[in-house]
Ligand binder design. Structure first.
Ligand code: PEP
Length: 245
């Protein structure tokens, strides 16, 4: 069985609860599920209840981060149990913006992913190289090393998103061949770690994905969908990507 296609949206720090409610209601009026495509919205934690109450049936949601801790004196953190309580199904971990601006290491990312899994959330583990690494031709080895560290102690209920940092929010998209090169390498590492289960796991591409490029990228054999930032904010773009898949 080939993996399903996951269209995962990352709103980043956009949309108040009121804006999230309006977005979800607009989606509900216009959304037609595409065969085999699973849609999931990663929203700011404070906007998750508005999504829970207003998203159309079959559309999942999740958080953009989760604490590595269970509970207690961790001011400002949001626990996996809290996310599950509002109905979240996913938690993004290790987004390059968290790695860069919050100093998250592979060990921290793995601890967050383990905590997500311990509560039944599927972690979406992000990895990917910066431009200088790609220019040195070290993008495959860099990304696989990062992934190995970020999956330490992680079971098979996991999604991996390959997001070359130079393509995030820049309008520069990797070619479908670039995406497939890394997705295939990631699949090999997943096979080494998880055996046959690797063929069932979703490997996503992220980095300036839009309605007009999603089909070619996700048409590659090892790319099972996309993690989308900028083009996730307007319902029309999301419907365009959903229809293109
Ligand atoms: C992201 O935030 O994960 C992302 C891929 O952003 P964008 O689609 O805007 O490049």
């Amino acid at each position: 069985m080939s993996p399903r296609t996951l269209l995962a949206l990352n709103w980043k720090m956009n949309k108040t609860p009121g804006e999230a409610r309006a977005w979800a209601q607009e989606l509900g009026e216009r959304y037609e599920p595409a065969q085999g495509v699973h849609l999931a919205v990663m929203a700011p934690a404070i906007s998750l209840p508005a999504l829970a109450a207003n998203l159309p049936a079959g559309v999942a949601f999740g958080a953009q981060d989760v604490s590595a801790q269970e509970s207690g004196a961790y001011t400002g953190e949001i626990s996996a149990a809290m996310l599950v309580d509002v109905g979240a199904r996913y938690a993004v971990v290790g987004h390059s913006e968290r790695r860069d601006y919050h100093g998250e290491t592979d060990a921290v990312v793995a601890a967050k992913a383990r905590q997500a899994q311990a509560h039944g959330l599927t972690p979406i583990v992000c990895v990917g190289e910066k431009l200088d690494v790609r220019e040195r031709g070290e993008h495959v080895s860099f990304t696989l090393t990062q992934l190995r560290g970020s999956l330490e102690g992680i079971g098979t209920d996991v999604v991996v998103a390959y997001e070359p940092v130079w393509a995030i929010g820049t309008g520069k998209t990797a070619t479908a061949e670039d995406a497939e090169e890394l997705a295939a390498a990631i699949r090999s590492l997943l096979s080494e770690l998880y055996g046959e289960a690797a063929s069932e796991l979703c490997v996503l591409y992220g980095g300036s994905v839009k309605p007009d490029n999603i089909a070619s990228i996700c048409g590659k054999p090892n790319v099972n969908g996309a993690l989308v930032g900028g083009a996730s904010l307007k319902v029309a773009d999301v419907l365009g990507m959903n229809d293109a898949l």
